[in-house]
Each structure stands twice: as C-alpha cells, then as structure tokens.
Design a protein around this ligand. Structure first.
Ligand SMILES: Cc1cc2nc3c(=O)[nH]c(=O)nc-3n(C[C@H](O)[C@H](O)[C@H](O)COP(=O)(O)OP(=O)(O)OC[C@H]3O[C@@H](n4cnc5c(N)ncnc54)[C@H](O)[C@@H]3O)c2cc1C
Length: 347
C-alpha cells in the first residue's frame, strides 16, 4: 500500500491519496511544520492520530495530512494525592493508561485498550466502562489554524460531553498539541459498570486497585471483541460506528419495555443502545451488509471492511442502516467516526 494514501493511515484501510503526509514527531518542530503547511480555507491541513476513528473519502485529501507522532509524559506533583500529567498529542492512549497503572495513579484506568492517541481522546471525549477523558482532563494546548497561534483551553472551554467536543464540532480549526490530566494516588474510581464488576468478581461500587481495573478492562474488552487485532477477521474497523442515540422519556419507556438497554449519559440525557437497535432491524454479528462491508464477528455495532471495500460503499452502508433503524423505530442514529473528506473548517 503506498504511504501517501489515507488508507495507509487509518484502521479501516480506506481512503484515497493524500497531497502530502507530514509526520510530526518532535514538538519543537511544530512552528516549522505550520509554516511548511501554510493553509487557506480551500486547502486546510487535516490532522490524524492513529486513524482509528476516521472514514476517509476515496477522493483522499489534496492538501497536507499531518500525522501526530509526538510522544512524552511529564508529571508534576500538585499535592499529597494529585499529580498533573502533561502528555504529547501523538502519545498512544494505551501507553499512557499502562504508565498510570504502573504509577498507581487513578482516573483513566477504564480507558485501557482504546486505540488511538492522547491528542484525539478529547476530540470525541473518548470513554468506556463509565469513565471518560473529561473526568480527569484539566486543559489542552492547541494550535489555532484560524489565528495562527498557540492557545490553551481549560477543560470548561473544550465543551466535552457524550462523544463530542468543540473540536469535533469544528473539525480542522484547532490541533491539540498536549493534554494535561489531573490523576490521583488513590484506588480506582468506584466500579459502576456491571460487566466490569463481574469481570473483577466484586459488587458494583467497589474500588479495586488501579492495576486490577486496568487488567480487568483489557480482559473484558478482549472477551467482547473490543480490542483492535490487526491480524484478526475484524482488523479493518473504527470501533462503534453509531453513537447511542438520544431518546425521549416516552421512547425510553417503550423501547426498554421491548428489551432495549437505555441509560442516562453523563450529561443526563437518555440514550438507547445503538447495537440493540441494529439487531432489532435484523443485523447480526458476521452478517454481510453490502459487498466488502460486514458486521464484526463479535458485535453488531462494529462494522468491518473487507477486500475491495470503498469508503463510499462503507459510508453508504452506514447511511442505509440508519435509515432502516429510523424507519422501524423513529430513532435517528448518528455516526460516531469522523467522515474525513467532507469536513471544512468553521469560521
Ligand atoms: C477496536 C476499537 C475500539 C474502540 N473503542 C472505543 C471506546 O471504547 N471508546 C471510545 O471513545 N472510542 C473508541 N474507539 C474509537 C477511537 O479509538 C477513539 O475515538 C480514539 O480517541 C481515536 O484516536 P486516533 O488517534 O486514532 O484519532 P484519529 O482517528 O486519527 O482522529 C479522530 C478525529 O480526531 C481528530 N484528531 C486526531 N488527532 C487530533 C489532534 N491532535 N488535534 C485535533 N484533532 C485531532 C481527527 O482529525 C479526526 O477528526 C475505538 C476504535 C476501535 C478501532
């Protein structure tokens, strides 16, 4: 696969040619990188981490694709229990979680096994097992492409909520360069998620050690097919393809009565299980949706690419599934991954 395609930079392995690929490995080179790239509204650079949450268009991207590969963790003790941890955007999230477990620092243990970079985690407020990056994020430093300057956003300015943020709303406007988290020397947060409590064989509400929770999350993700295995049958994927949709009180009562899991998210909104809704309209693990596009062998909400799949075909398959669900249930599914190639920078 040629290096200058978006397919080579994304876990779905879909996407056409990139004008130029610029890998940023040294934070000190960032100012030079911005000068090399230049930018205009017509030819914005796009930024990628590990490409695990992106559907890149077959047409590719004519401008520069910047791949964040900066690494490094610096820790500063704030008081007896709190440590401020600043991480370079290109640092793998899994590596940060393992580092925190080794240091017995609590706050991100449930994020174990989520693919991708630390810099991308605030973009969709990455989370799992009842924990989100917003629980511990303190601030981010960003490059503002509109104003051509460095800025710092405290967490309140990031507008993080269920799988969303100001960065996801305004694709391309800001590139996150570092993220600062406040982690604590304490047991892990109380376990709120039943399957994780079962994995640990403890009651809900227990606070095991950080390494225990990290290991249990990885074991549970492995069991449920939530780890990215580049050599397995579900190798080409972006994780969950739809957000759990918001539902009204009446819809929640109706659909939970039929067996659909409904939960209240951290913003207080009722959300139905997107995976259950896909199964309601007939999707099953391993099922072919269209040529080269299948439900994962392990879970319906993960859709995988195969053979000569195209980004257009993949995106259309998702749109068709959303229409099937809306027709049958009046509930609107929205895609979780970013559709790259259709995005423009906001004013
Ligand atoms: C098997 C699997 C399991 C997954 N499980 C979960 C899960 O449990 N929870 C969850 O939340 N997600 C999950 N995901 C989705 C994905 O891993 C996360 O969204 C992750 O944070 C994406 O990181 P990335 O570096 O790959 O981002 P990319 O896919 O490279 O980018 C995603 C978006 O962020 C933007 N972006 C990337 N880096 C930056 C930056 N430095 N500054 C500004 N914008 C940037 C990109 O332009 C793009 O819009 C899963 C994916 C897979 C394949």
């Amino acid at each position: 696969m040629p290096q200058d395609t978006l397919a080579s930079l994304t876990t779905l392995r879909l996407g056409g040619p990139a004008g130029t690929v610029l890998t940023v490995s040294d934070p000190a080179h960032w100012p030079d990188a911005t000068r090399v790239v230049g930018h205009s509204k017509e030819n914005d650079p796009v930024v990628l981490g590990h490409g695990s949450n992106v559907i890149a268009a077959d047409a590719g991207h004519p401008g520069t694709v910047m791949v964040m590969n900066t690494r490094g963790i610096t820790a500063q003790k704030l008081d007896d229990t709190t440590v401020s941890v600043t991480v370079q955007a290109g640092h793998p999230l899994t590596d940060l979680v393992q580092w925190a477990a080794a240091e017995r620092l609590a706050g991100i243990e449930c994020l174990a096994g989520i693919p991708g970079t630390v810099g991308a985690a605030p973009v969709q407020n990455a989370g799992a097992y009842g924990q989100q990056i917003s629980d511990t994020l303190h601030s981010v430093s960003v490059w503002d492409w509109n104003m051509s300057c460095l800025r710092s956003f405290p967490i309140q300015a990031c507008r993080l909520r269920y799988r969303n943020s100001r960065f996801k709303e305004n694709p391309g406007r800001w590139t996150i360069l570092t993220a600062t988290l406040h982690l604590t020397h304490a047991p892990a947060a109380p376990i709120t998620y039943r399957p994780l409590a079962d994995e640990l064989d403890v009651p809900v509400g227990t606070r095991p050690t950080v390494p225990e929770v990290t290991a249990a999350v990885l074991a549970n993700r492995h069991r449920r097919g939530l780890l990215l295995d580049p050599s397995g049958p579900d190798a080409r994927q972006v994780g969950s393809v739809f957000l759990n949709p918001r539902v009204t009180d009446a819809q929640a009562t109706h659909w939970s009565g039929l067996g659909c899991p409904v939960h209240r998210d951290s913003d207080g909104q009722l959300r139905a299980s997107a995976g259950w809704l896909l199964e309601f309209v007939g999707c099953r693990p391993g099922q072919t949706i269209t040529e080269g596009v299948r439900c994962s062998e392990r879970r319906t909400l993960t859709i995988t690419a195969h053979g000569n799949a195209t980004a257009t075909g993949f995106a259309k398959a998702l749109a068709d599934l959303a229409i099937r669900v809306e027709t049958a249930t009046s509930i609107t599914l929205r895609p979780e991954p970013t559709h790259m190639g259709f995005c423009t920078r906001s004013p």
